[in-house]
Design a protein around this ligand. Structure first.
Ligand SMILES: *Cc1c(COP(=O)(O)O)cnc(C)c1O
Length: 339
């Protein structure tokens, strides 16, 4: 693709050449099909349309410095989609099928993998939906697994910039024993209102507290929360947060390479004033360093950065993980899979 302005791509949908699909019917998974149509024929009584049988994943393929295309920790996404499927009573996609689907769709759309050095990547979106017709509330008998891709621009166009975040005390993203720990589309439906409130007030990010007591930090709307204090990487442990693969990888780097202690535990909102650096992490941005957190209850803003400079630990973690992803530094943990 010579005519694409890779550096100025946003985070949006663009049509590519192919998507892959696989149906679960009559008790078994069928063959992986390559499609160029962007539309999905669907029964109007499909359970995904009525009863929320939908889960998705988000991952990326990177063009390495050496010209090879690689995907990051694809088996982890496969396993996470299985746990989402289990909770939503959907048919889990076998790990091998998931990995094959991802490799196939990336390979088929190779010309959309952004060139090395532009900072852009190929975003991969697997989804699993209940496609069988039901009217009574029960799981579908038929499922459709789709993987599509779309090139996305560099998250940080002018470098790694800290963001302002607001605590939302008026809405919950997920119930204490609900679906917060799985990547269900319904969690996002429930979070759109908070996004709207925060954006109207000028905050690009939202921080959720635990729904039961509003005492502990859960996570940001689409990414996990972590903090640095006294040589420790601290991240909340909670049933209602999504186990981020980026967070898991940052913990490994923090412990093995930066010599930080790892604390994965309940984190009280009352600890916010004590942190040296805070950030949120996920596939889209790797790390979004947090500049400040506004708490509407106390009308107080906790400030973590002077100006637009991210803290030293966030910066090191960010560059090391991106270095592995773009094949610039050694993949010591075997996280990358070549396509
Ligand atoms: C997907 C997601 C994340 C980030 O997970 P990664 O595997 O790091 O991309 C964090 N929080 C929520 C709510 C998510 O849906």
């Amino acid at each position: 693709m010579d005519n694409l302005d890779w550096r100025n791509l946003g985070f949006g949908y663009m049509k590519t050449d192919y998507n892959v699909r696989c149906y679960y019917r009559n008790g078994k998974w069928g063959r992986l099909e390559l499609h160029s149509d962007e539309y999905v024929p669907m029964h109007m009584a499909a359970t995904c349309l009525h009863y929320g049988q939908e889960a998705f994943e988000g991952q990326k393929a990177f063009m390495g410095k050496d010209g090879k295309v690689r995907v990051f920790r694809v088996e982890e996404n496969a396993r996470r989609m299985q746990s989402s499927a289990d909770y939503l009573q959907m048919q889990p996609v076998p790990v091998e099928l998931f990995v094959e689907a991802v490799k196939t769709v990336v390979d088929a759309n190779r010309r959309f993998v952004p060139p090395y050095g532009t900072g852009a990547t190929l975003y991969i979106r697997p989804l699993l939906i209940g496609s069988g017709a039901k009217v009574g509330v029960s799981p579908a008998d038929e499922y459709l697994f789709i993987v599509f891709v779309t090139p996305v621009g560099p998250y940080y166009k002018e470098g790694f910039r800290p963001i302002r975040v607001m605590i939302d005390r008026d809405h919950d993203r997920a119930a204490p024993h609900g679906t917060g720990h799985v990547k269900a589309g319904g969690n996002y439906g429930a979070s759109l209102i908070s996004e709207e409130v925060a954006h109207k007030r000028g905050y690009p990010g939202i921080l959720y507290l635990d729904s039961a007591e509003k005492k502990y930090i859960d996570e940001c709307g689409t990414s996990n929360f972590f903090a640095i204090r006294d040589g420790k990487y601290i991240t909340p442990h909670s049933h209602s947060i999504l186990p981020s693969i980026t967070n898991m990888s940052l913990r490994t780097i923090a412990e093995q390479e930066l010599g930080l202690g790892i604390e994965q535990r309940k984190v009280e909102a009352a600890e916010l004033p004590t942190f040296e650096e805070v950030g949120c992490c996920g596939t889209a941005a790797v790390i979004s360093p947090i500049k400040s957190i506004y708490d509407p209850q106390s009308d107080h803003t906790y400030v973590y950065c002077d100006g637009d400079e991210a803290g030293p630990v966030c910066t090191r973690l960010f560059h090391r993980l991106q270095g592995i992803q773009f094949g610039e530094s050694e993949d010591s943990y075997g996280w990358m899979t070549e396509v």
